[in-house]
Design a protein around this ligand. Structure first.
Ligand code: NAD
Length: 478
C-alpha cells in the first residue's frame, strides 16, 4: 500500500498543473499537525482558462452519445476501485478519518459515479398530444452547459463524486473547487476520469481563496449552474451571487438531525446503533444524528448506555487500524466543540462522556455526551458538526415532534420504535428531506439526497440528481 501523499495540482483543459510561481497554501495532517504538501492556487487567468476549457469541453461532450459517455464514466468508477488504497490513504492523511472509513467512502464514491453512468442513458423526454392537428410537441432534456461546483472537506470523495457524476452523466462540463483542506482526494478522482478517456476540458479542478474563486466562477457568463455543499451561511452567500447572475442552484447545506427514540425499542441495540452513527467521521457529517430525544421511561438507562458506548471508543490517528474515531478535520471545529460544551454546562446540562480536547498534538476532541441538554442550549439549536451528542427526554408524540421540527434545519431526521403505527406517524410528522425510521441509512446512489428549510434545496443522487443538470426544452413541430 502507498503511504505517500499524492502530488497536488490544478486540472485545467486536461493538464495537471503544479505550482510554477503560483500562490500556494499548506495542507495539514489533522492527526499530527504536520504539513503534507503545498496546494497551488489558481490565478484569475487560470480560472478563466478553466471556464473556457469547460466551454470547449461541453461542446465536445454533449455531442458524445449518452451510451458512450456512460462507458467513460463507468471506466472512471472502475479505476477509482482499483486505486482505492491510494485514495483512502490520501483521504485519511488530509482529513483524519479512520482508514476503513476512507476506504468505504472511496468505494461509495465509485458506486455513485457508476450509478450516474448508467442513469445518464435513461434521460428520457416525452411526446405530448397536441391540441393542434399535425403539430408534434416534444419535451427534451438538454444539459445546462458548464456547471460550477464547490465541495467541503468532510467527505472529500463522496461530495465531488456526486457533482462530477451528475454533471458529466447529463452531458455537462464542470469546474469544481474542492475544499482546500482536502484536495488530494478530489485530484485522484479527477485523475481516474482523465485516465478513463474523458475529453479534455470536460472536468476542471481549481483551488484558491474560496470567496474569490466562487465570485469569479459564478459571475462568469460561461457558467450556467451552481452546486454547493457546505454551511448555511456560505450557501446563502452563494445563492445571492447566483441570483445576481440568474444561475440555477443546488444547495446541500447543514443539518441538525433529531433522533426520536420511543420507549418500546430494544434499548441496547438502539443505543449501540446511535453511538456508531453519531461518531462516524468524528460527527462531521451533515446527516449525523445530532439531537437525541428519548422517551421518559427509558431516558436514564439509554443515556447511560450511550455514554458508556462513547467512552469505549478508541480515539487516535486514522492510519492506526485500532482507531475508531479520528481527529477533527480543522481547528475551527475543535473551538466550536469547546464553545458548545461550555455553553451546555452553563445551562445546567451534565457532561457524561468526554467534553475536552485530547493530547498535545493533532486536533483530537473526545467523543462527548451531554445529558439533560436543555432546548435552549447552543448545541440543540446550532449544527454541532462534531463528536457531541446532546440527549434530552420527552413526554409524548406531540411534545417531541414540535421540538424535533423546531429548528431552521431540515436535512435528515430519525426515529426508532417497534410500533408500526408510530413508525408511519413519525415518518410523516418529521420535517426533513430524508427520514430514517429504525435505520440511519438514508444515503444511497439511487435515492435523492437533499434538504428542506435552511438545509437547502435540490437533490443529488436518484433521478433527481441527474435532473439538476438538465434544462427542459419544448420543441413544437408543425
Ligand atoms: P465554512 O462555511 O467556512 O465552509 C464550508 C465549505 O465551504 C468549505 O469547504 C469551504 O472551503 C467552502 N467555502 C467557504 N466559503 C466559500 C465561498 N465564499 N465560496 C465557495 N466555497 C466556500 O465552514 P467550515 O468551518 O469549513 O465548516 C463548518 C460548517 O460547515 C459546519 O458547521 C457545517 O455546518 C458546514 N459544513 C457542511 C457540510 C455538508 O455536508 N453540508 C460539509 C462541511 C461543512
Amino acid at each position: 500500500m502507498h503511504m505517500t501523499y499524492p502530488e497536488l495540482a490544478l486540472l485545467i483543459d486536461g493538464a495537471f498543473i503544479t505550482g510554477a510561481g503560483r500562490k500556494s497554501e499548506p495542507v495539514f495532517n489533522p492527526a499530527t499537525g504536520r504539513v503534507l504538501a503545498q496546494l497551488p492556487h489558481a490565478s484569475a487567468s487560470d480560472l478563466e482558462a478553466a471556464l473556457e476549457a469547460a466551454q470547449r469541453g461541453f461542446a465536445i461532450w454533449r455531442a458524445v452519445s449518452a451510451a458512450e459517455r456512460g462507458k467513460i464514466i463507468k471506466r472512471a468508477a472502475d479505476l477509482i476501485r482499483e486505486r482505492i488504497d491510494t485514495i483512502a490513504v490520501a483521504m485519511t492523511l488530509e482529513q483524519g478519518k479512520p482508514l476503513a472509513e476512507s476506504r468505504g467512502e472511496a468505494a461509495y464514491a465509485a458506486d455513485v459515479i457508476e450509478w450516474y453512468a448508467e442513469e445518464g442513458r435513461r434521460a428520457y423526454g416525452r411526446i405530448v398530444p397536441s391540441r393542434v392537428p399535425g403539430v408534434r410537441l416534444m419535451v427534451e432534456q438538454e444539459p445546462v452547459g458548464v456547471a460550477v461546483a464547490f465541495t467541503p472537506w468532510n467527505f472529500p470523495a463522496l461530495t465531488p463524486a456526486r457533482k462530477i457524476g451528475g454533471a458529466l452523466a447529463a452531458g455537462c462540463a464542470l469546474v469544481l473547487k474542492p475544499a482546500e483542506e482536502t484536495p488530494a482526494t478530489a485530484i485522484e478522482l479527477a485523475r481516474a476520469f482523465v485516465d478513463a478517456g474523458l475529453p479534455k476540458g470536460v472536468l476542471n479542478i481549481v483551488f484558491g481563496a474560496p470567496a474569490e474563486v466562487s465570485q469569479h466562477l459564478i459571475a462568469s457568463p460561461i457558467s450556467r449552474k451552481v452546486s454547493f455543499t457546505g454551511s448555511v451561511p456560505i450557501g446563502r452567500h452563494l445563492m445571492q451571487l447566483s441570483a445576481t447572475h440568474m444561475k440555477r442552484t443546488t444547495m446541500e447545506l447543514g443539518g441538525h438531525a433529531p433522533v426520536v427514540i420511543f420507549d418500546d425499542v430494544d434499548l441496547e441495540k438502539t443505543a449501540a446503533a446511535c453511538v456508531t452513527a453519531k461518531y462516524r467521521n468524528a460527527g462531521q457529517v451533515c446527516i449525523a444524528p445530532t439531537r437525541f430525544y428519548v422517551q421518559e421511561k427509558i431516558y436514564e438507562r439509554f443515556a447511560d448506555r450511550f455514554a458508556a458506548g462513547a467512552r469505549s471508543l478508541v480515539l487516535g490517528d486514522g492510519m492506526d487500524p485500532t482507531t475508531q474515531m479520528g481527529p477533527m478535520a480543522n481547528a475551527r471545529r475543535v473551538e466550536a466543540m469547546e464553545t458548545m460544551v461550555a455553553d451546555a454546562r452553563d445551562q445546567g446540562a451534565t457532561i457524561t462522556a468526554g467534553g475536552a480536547r485530547r493530547g498535545n498534538h493533532g486536533l483530537f476532541f473526545e467523543p462527548t455526551v451531554i445529558a439533560n441538554a436543555p432546548d435552549e442550549a447552543l448545541v440543540m439549536r446550532e449544527e454541532p458538526f462534531g463528536p457531541i451528542a446532546p440527549i434530552a427526554s420527552f413526554r409524548d408524540f406531540d411534545d417531541v415532534i414540535a421540538r424535533a421540527n423546531g429548528v431552521p434545519y431540515g436535512l435528515a431526521a430519525y426515529a426508532f420504535t417497534t410500533s408500526n403505527q408510530r413508525a408511519l406517524d413519525v415518518g410523516r410528522a418529521l420535517k426533513a428531506g430524508m427520514v430514517g425510521v429504525n435505520s440511519f441509512a438514508v444515503s444511497h446512489p439511487e435515492t435523492p439526497f437533499g434538504g428542506v428549510k435552511e438545509s437547502g434545496h435540490g437533490q443529488e443522487g436518484g433521478v433527481e440528481g441527474l435532473q439538476a443538470y438538465f434544462d427542459v426544452k419544448l420543441l413544437s413541430h408543425g
